[in-house]
Design a protein around this ligand. Sequence first.
Ligand code: HEM
Length: 485
Amino acid sequence: MSKKTVLTTSSGAPVADDNNSISAGKRGPLTYDNHYLFEKLAHFNRERLPERVVHARGTGAYGTFTLNKSLSDYSIASFLQTPGDKTEVFLRFSTVGGGQDSSDYARDPRGFAVKFYTEQGNFDLVGNNTPVFFLNDPIKFPDFVHSQKKDPRTNIPNPGRMFEFWANHPQSLHQMTILMSDRGIPFSLRHMHGFGSHTLSFWNKAGERFWVKWHFKTDQGIKTLTGEEADKMSPFGAQQDLVDSIDNGDFPSWTVKVQIMPESEALNYKINPFDLTKIWPHKDYPLIEVGSLELNRNVDNYFAETEQSAFAPSNLVPGIGASPDKMLQARLLAYQDAHRYRVGANVNQIPVNAPKCPMNHYQRDGAFAGSFATNSGCPAHGGEVNFYPNDQGANGAPVPDSQLMAPPMPVLEDAWIGHHDQGDEDYYSQAGDLFRLMSEDQKQQLVGNIAGGLSQASDSVQARMIEQFTKADSDYGVRIKAALS
Ligand code: HEM
């Protein structure tokens, strides 16, 4: 006979009855000694974390990054040295604007956040399925997100507000053109590319720095939905598709490529390589294949792993650095701050976030400190020294490794500190190039998608948007104007 497992309270005491509360008589009332009932209700009240302020709806899976080209000429990053080396990853896909209860099939960028558990700490590439973004100054991010989320009065998405923001921000035109194109709604999370989007950097043993963009090209091929097709999909379809394909051993994969620009070329390159609204044309900086990424294991528990996962652009490792990109600079702060609010001070001790290598630091205490001490990488933090510098280095107390100092970041111009307006940048050429690359069918889809939303905006917003489209390509402007009238 198999041994029964006895149900217990959260403090381990056996429970005699889990169906009936304690009451004075069959009809009640309840009595005050219902501490087990109270424990259940109180825990239930605390079962949620605040949802992410953006990218709330997501799904994650584990996988493997396999390097097939050494990047040792460019970077000392431990996981980029030896072809064949494998690094475990956790990837969370998401939509951006909708809450946790929204649909998988919104016309919205998709988050593509990859955590590489390297031997020298976690490297997080917190990107999207698009190579550019709507903004190049982070001070606009809260305004932008407010305009894209639900109307504050009706709690209903309002395209008029979205276009009102875009009409005032020509820097959004390139990303908005991608969003409204036939690529705006991926068929599944497997059938889309991923991009680090920002310019990051590599630095090598000689202290030379290179500017880098990361690309993940889907091996499943691009597959998309029209708005009408998306409306017919089940709201959980994309999550189901990913879970099923991994459960069935049909592991999705991406070919990983980088674009590399020597540090000195940034100054004289024809576009600002740190402007997140722009791509680097491949003919100037070709894609170099460096490896592959495969997803091969679903999470066991969605909440513990996917919901508590926390990605931060500031999670960098030796050999990989940031860049002057203003958006990236702001993100270096924003994410860890969000995690402390959403999950807590010891967010990095939770297994999905903890590095797979030792984590030796002098940060102490806080809620749940040491809870995951048995998990590899997490410190137990007993009585050992908790300040630095100290005299305990010989006894194993952690010390900084000056060999791993990143080279200083250049300031690329004779710079003055102040509010610098980027209004004189060219926000039209690349949007126009994209429009001109589209087939007739793609142009028609683009125009239909834009007109559907823009028709709900004011005349003044429509006029300013038409002006932007016309600057990108006169045919783009003519077509939108015709569709609106
Ligand atoms: C200044 C600009 C930005 C700010 C302030 C910002 C802020 C945030 C915040 C606060 C979160 C929620 C984090 C959490 O609670 O765990 C988030 C999530 C996310 N952001 Fe951003 N964001 C910015 C721009 C971008 C850009 C340019 C990209 C892509 C290129 C991006 C991709 C993502 C992704 C993929 C997530 C979800 C990560 C996950 O799966 O947990 N964000 N962002």
